[in-house]
Ligand binder design. Structure first.
Ligand code: CUA
Length: 347
């Protein structure tokens, strides 16, 4: 039957050039698809990420050149029918092609990587360049960010949204409250583990302003994939006014939102959360002082809208499985909405 006829040589087989093209292009498809964006190491916005980016492309291009060379030799060897070579020529081929060439290439790549290292870990060999300015603690499943007191700058705590001045090096003390997490801002640099009982030091120097994303890079439980933070790199003047606003208490609560504030305290939210300038000084959960000014809720999981805030308060576990905050499904919707309205005004 015609339908069962074997495919002809011209339609049923991939010819070698097609296979070679596919083999060349396929490995590039994945990295190219992530070439830009707020979480791409290939779109660097920091000194450290720039060094990693350069190292990656040197390795990639070097690897592609060598791969092409080896494939060309393979094709040549497969197509030509040379006379057998002498033992002396064969030994030379192995010595130069199999020993000297790989050793030289690996040595050059190692030398380049070692030369780059001071840019990736600037304090290596020279000791820390200064005291940590921000303490970042990984918690299941959010980020506690404590801005330490500096000259003329009061300390304060915030959560899940990191702000940094552009063109300046910031030193982080990385810690973990429960299990191992990993702190990574691909566009700026990193990554480094956050280990319980240990303080790791990392420093980053953003080179342009913008909003970026940092994921948790170490499996830490059921909501590991829902543990991210936003990074906003700002001009120094904007950063200073942001810091001053964060550290300041809140002005009086508008009349319309006072019911929500009262419910916040009556239902015990203040036992776990802090709001600067109020009686809420809980340290268990994220600081809520300026929660309305953050771009996301629940560590990068939800966009910051009143509906999402109410949704998270009602049943946090439905948004982030394994989260430690209890559900408040027993509260009337109107009370949750009132609490969300109060929090939604804290900017
Ligand atoms: Cu925290 Cu993964």
């Amino acid at each position: 039957m015609p339908g069962n006829a074997p495919p002809s040589a011209s339609t049923g087989r991939c010819r070698p050039p097609v296979l070679i093209t596919l083999a060349l292009v396929a490995p590039l498809a994945t990295p190219l698809s992530g070439c830009s964006g707020r979480q791409s190491a290939l779109d660097p916005a920091g000194t450290e990420a720039g060094a990693v980016h350069d190292l990656f492309f040197v390795m990639l291009i070097g690897g592609a050149v060598i791969w092409t060379l080896v494939m060309a030799l393979l094709l040549y060897a497969g197509r030509s029918r040379p006379e057998p070579v002498s033992a002396k020529t064969a030994n030379r081929l192995i010595l130069w092609g199999g020993v000297a060439f790989p050793v030289t290439v690996l040595f050059l790549l190692l030398a380049y990587a070692v030369w780059l290292m001071p840019q990736v870990r600037p304090w290596l060999g020279a000791g820390p360049t200064g005291e940590p300015q921000i303490e970042a603690t990984g918690e299941q499943f959010w980020w506690r960010l404590r801005y330490l007191e500096g000259p003329g700058q009061p300390g304060f705590e915030t959560a899940n949204e990191l702000r940094l001045p552009v063109g300046e090096r910031t030193i982080f003390a990385l810690e973990a409250a429960d299990v191992i997490h990993s702190f990574w801002i691909p566009t700026l640099g990193g990554k480094m583990d956050m280990i319980p009982g240990r303080t790791n030091i990392l420093s980053l120097e953003p080179t342009r302003t913008g909003t970026f994303r940092g994921p948790c890079a170490e499996f830490c439980g059921t909501s590991h994939a829902l543990m991210a933070f936003t990074v906003v790199v700002m001009e120094r003047a904007d950063y200073d006014s942001w810091r001053a606003a964060q550290a300041a208490g809140h002005p009086a609560v508008p009349q319309a939102l006072q019911a929500g504030r009262d419910l916040f305290f009556r239902h015990g939210c203040a036992a776990c959360h802090a709001i600067n300038g109020t009686a809420a000084i809980g340290r268990v959960g994220p600081d809520l002082t300026r929660i309305a000014s953050r771009g996301t809720l629940a560590a990068g999981t939800l966009s910051n809208t009143p509906d999402n805030l109410a949704r998270f308060i009602r049943d946090p576990g439905a948004v982030k499985p394994g989260v430690k905050m209890p559900a408040y499904t027993m509260l009337p919707a109107a009370e949750i909405d009132a609490i969300a309205a109060y929090l939604g005004d804290l900017r």
